[in-house]
Structures are given as structure tokens and as C-alpha cells.
Ligand binder design. Structure first.
Ligand code: HEC
Length: 139
């Protein structure tokens, strides 16, 4: 076997599966954009929307500000949000994910304090679950 062949074969059998594994471990942008991100815009009874406090916020959950008059983020803004939000979660492990713990009621397993209130009373909240499923699938 020539060196070139060995190189090609190792590319196919070693590098390709490795690339696939790495890919499978990353968070899904499509799911983020279509299912997770809308939650940040959604009005919840008795609570302000995440975006109201977190657009341009000075804490780690800093969403892009919406354009004037816009009701949703542009593609470019969504990508930036995705990158930032990805850093607040631990792919595969929703319970270790800051994004999910901070707004969850302490009695429901979340953090003790969130200035934005108990956005999610328990882990049975459908929106909490949507985010958790996205994080879980990231492994
Ligand atoms: C009324 C304003 C308000 C709303 C609404 C709000 N938050 Fe917050 N949130 C804050 C403030 C202020 C902080 C920083 C201080 C703290 O942790 O309480 C914060 C912190 C956080 C953090 C931790 C960021 C860090 O720096 O560690 C996360 C994650 C978070 N919020 C998620 C959410 C999610 C998700 C929603 C919507 C479901 C939401 N918040 C709604 C005000 C809000």
C-alpha cells in the first residue's frame, strides 16, 4: 500500500468518524432557533419576558437587543445569541446548565436567587423541557 493510500484510508476511518462524533456533540442551531429562542420572547403569566431584561444585559445571559420595531431576531442576531447561550449550558447535562438552573424555582431544583423571578416553577414546565431537550441532545 502506498503512503497516499494509507493517508486516504486513515482519513476515512479515523478522521471522518471523529469529525462525526464531534459534530454529534454540538448543540443544534436549528432546534435552538426554532424552539428555544422563541421562549426568550414569550410572555409568561405573571412574569416579564426574558428579552425584556436580558437584551444587552450586564450579566452572562446577554441577548442581542431587538431592532427597533422588530418582534424577532435577525439571522445574524440569532447566531450571536446561539453562541452566547451555548456557553451557558453543558451539552448533554441540563441539570448542570446555568441557563436552566437560574430561572428555575429553588423548590423545583433551581438556584436560590434570580432577579428575574421563578420563571419556571418546576422541571415539568413545557418551556423548561424544550430547553432541556435541546441541551440533552447536544451530546
Ligand atoms: C425582570 C427581569 C428579568 C427577567 C424577566 C428574566 N431575568 Fe434572568 N436575570 C435577571 C437579572 C437582573 C440577572 C442577574 C442577577 C441574578 O442572577 O439574579 C439575571 C440572571 C440570569 C441568569 C444568570 C446570568 C449570569 O450572569 O450568571 C440566567 C441564566 C437567566 N437570568 C435566565 C433567564 C431566563 C431564561 C429568563 C426567561 C425565562 C429570564 N432570565 C428572565 C433579570 C431577569
Amino acid at each position: 500500500m502506498t503512503i497516499a493510500r494509507i493517508a486516504i484510508l486513515s482519513a476515512v476511518f479515523v478522521i471522518a468518524p471523529l469529525a462525526l462524533t464531534l459534530d454529534a456533540q454540538s448543540l443544534d442551531y436549528g432546534v435552538y432557533k426554532n424552539q428555544v429562542q422563541p421562549i426568550f420572547l414569550k410572555k409568561r403569566p405573571t412574569h416579564a419576558r426574558c428579552v425584556v431584561c436580558h437584551a444587552g444585559a450586564n450579566n452572562a445571559f446577554r441577548l442581542q437587543p431587538l431592532d427597533k420595531g422588530a418582534t424577532d431576531w435577525t439571522e445574524e442576531q440569532s447566531r450571536k445569541n446561539f453562541e452566547l447561550v451555548s456557553r451557558l449550558v453543558k451539552p448533554g447535562d441540563p441539570d448542570a446548565s446555568h441557563l436552566l438552573k437560574q430561572p428555575l424555582a429553588h423548590t423545583g431544583g433551581g438556584e436560590e436567587f434570580h432577579s428575574g423571578g421563578r420563571q419556571f416553577a418546576t422541571k415539568d414546565d413545557p418551556d423548561w423541557k424544550t430547553i432541556a431537550d435541546w441541551v440533552k441532545a447536544g451530546k
